[in-house]
Design a protein around this ligand. Structure first.
Ligand code: AHR
Length: 341
């Protein structure tokens, strides 16, 4: 723990027992919120005497999607003791109150850096003020917070979700404008940055086309809820030509609902999704999804670099935009063999 190691240097006269006690503090975990899972993750490495590990508390949204699993793996594989970190990781199970409690625990623990991917955009002011008052830098990954005061965090690393929605909508217009398509939308978690921004980007891109959005509901970024919402749409509407799902998992749930209704996904009903995780890419290669806009989950290396700079007192960029690609069927077939996630 960088800050605690500095303390060790200044108290060289302390007894071995006292030093051991300080060492014990450095591996303390944030107490878990109710229903929240917390782990201290060292990537299997052991801290050697004299190492100055940066202690970092990371509050993850949950485990709702293949994208999230890949994002968690990237963070845990990168923020290891070998790479100079002492990571405390907590899973908020898609509940903002769990994230707030985890962040408060990291503040009480006195970690060097706090990082989190906010489940929703609003409601973070008070806890971010508390981190600032405790002089603990905060790095946002993946999702943004809605705040006027950008001094509450050091940097935000993640994709441009509005652009992702636009890229998806532009492809829909290129392919389907003029056909009078009726579209349904499977939105991500209500109030989350990707749900808000992807909806906005897609709507902008299709405005002026004859694609009509006949319904739009949340499937909470999960396969199960995506399937349930799609089943409801299929019962309610005689004609659905196109689905825009805010992530692959909801699109994969929609595929199950469409097949169960005796139709062929990708043909009878076209599907566009966002993420480009392996399962989604396989469905695209198989012709069940028609187009995917990538959302790159491999944010661990950028987070490690920014955290190291922040602790060293170096300047960091306030906004680090992660580049995303797009895939049609041919591109998916080509990319699948070497796809990392
Ligand atoms: O915030 C990124 C989004 O969250 C991903 O698109 C989705 O799969 C995840 O749950």
């Amino acid at each position: 723990m960088a800050r605690k190691m500095w303390m060790r240097g200044t108290v060289a006269a302390l007894s071995a027992t006292a030093l051991l006690a300080l060492g014990a503090c450095s591996s303390e975990q944030a107490p878990a919120a109710e229903g929240e899972e917390t782990t201290s993750y060292d990537g299997g490495e052991t801290e050697e005497a004299g190492d100055e590990l940066i202690s970092i508390g990371f509050s993850q949204v949950g485990a709702e999607s293949g994208w999230r699993a890949a994002n968690t793996k990237s963070i845990q594989d990168t923020l290891t003791a070998d790479n100079g970190f002492d990571l405390s990781f907590s899973d908020a199970q898609q509940k903002q109150e769990n994230q707030i409690q985890a962040i408060r625990s990291y503040i009480a623990q006195g970690v060097d850096v706090i990082s989190f991917s906010p489940v929703v955009e609003t409601g973070w002011g008070p806890v971010l003020e508390e981190a600032k008052a405790a002089d603990i830098p905060v790095i946002l990954t993946d999702r943004a917070v809605d705040t006027e005061d950008d001094t509450l965090y050091e940097s935000f690393i993640g994709s441009d979700f509005v652009l992702e929605g636009e890229m998806a909508g532009e492809w829909a217009v290129e392919q389907y404008d003029g056909e009078g398509y009726q579209m349904v939308e499977l939105q991500g978690t209500t109030g989350s940055a990707p749900a808000i921004d992807r909806k906005e980007g897609f709507a902008d891109a299709i405005s002026g086309s004859d694609i009509e959005v006949i319904d739009s509901q949340t499937g909470n970024f999960t396969r199960t809820e995506g399937k349930q919402v799609m089943e409801g749409f299929l019962q309610k509407y005689d004609e659905i030509d196109l689905v825009f799902a805010h992530n692959d998992d909801m699109g994969l749930g929609a595929i199950e609902a469409i097949e169960a209704a005796g139709m062929t996904p990708g043909e009878d009903i076209k599907i566009i999704t966002i993420d480009a995780v392996k399962d989604g890419m396989q469905a695209l290669a198989d012709g069940k999804i028609n187009y995917i806009v990538e959302c790159n989950p491999l944010l661990g290396p950028d987070l490690a670099e920014v955290a190291q700079k922040v602790v060293a007192g170096e300047e960091v960029e306030k906004r680090i935009v992660v580049e995303d690609k797009t895939f049609d069927q041919e591109a998916a077939v080509e990319a699948l063999p070497s796809r990392e996630y």
